[in-house]
Write a protein of this length. Structure first.
Length: 159
């Protein structure tokens, strides 16, 4: 059985995502931290506007403060939604990674090592071949066989 090049490319893209999942999660966690910092700053702004509102007696200025507070509250809601989207993206990425992990774990140790070195550690074929004590053609052939096997298994579970 042989898969066409488009299916093989899709599996390799999926393996790239699998390999970079932990980096992706780290970046999403940084986004969440940034949004949380912005939320904290906005809470300070709301507190300042509320204090200003207590001091201001002129109605036109008071309505300006109210508008500003409403805008800040809208921004807080946007930050909350962005944080939730980051959490959802992390959950989805980790689910995908766990599914691929299960499939990769079914391979023999050499194939697992080749896939991890290529897609997680991002090593070149020549390095992998040297590290594994194979020629480069053998390493590529093992990777291609794994991609072919994954295309059958993954099609129904992830794609």
């Amino acid at each position: 059985m042989s898969i066409d090049s488009k299916d093989a490319q899709k599996i390799r893209v999926l393996l790239d995502k699998w390999g970079s999942t932990l980096y992706f999660v780290k970046m999403k966690e940084r986004e969440i931290a940034w949004f949380n910092e912005m939320k904290t700053a906005l809470y300070d702004v709301i507190g300042a506007h509320t204090m200003s509102e207590d001091i201001v007696t002129h109605s036109s200025t008071s309505s300006g403060v109210e508008r500003a507070v409403e805008q800040v509250e809208e921004r807080l809601y946007e930050y909350h939604r962005a944080i939730q989207a980051c959490h959802d993206a992390i959950i989805n990425a980790m689910r995908m990674k766990n599914v691929i992990d299960e499939f990769v774990d079914e391979f023999d140790s050499d194939t697992r090592d080749i896939l991890r070195m290529r897609y997680v550690d991002r090593h070149q074929w020549a390095f992998i071949a040297l590290k594994m004590s194979y020629d480069e053609r053998t390493v590529r052939r093992k990777e291609s066989a794994a991609v072919e096997k994954l295309s059958v298994n993954v099609r129904w579970n992830v794609l």
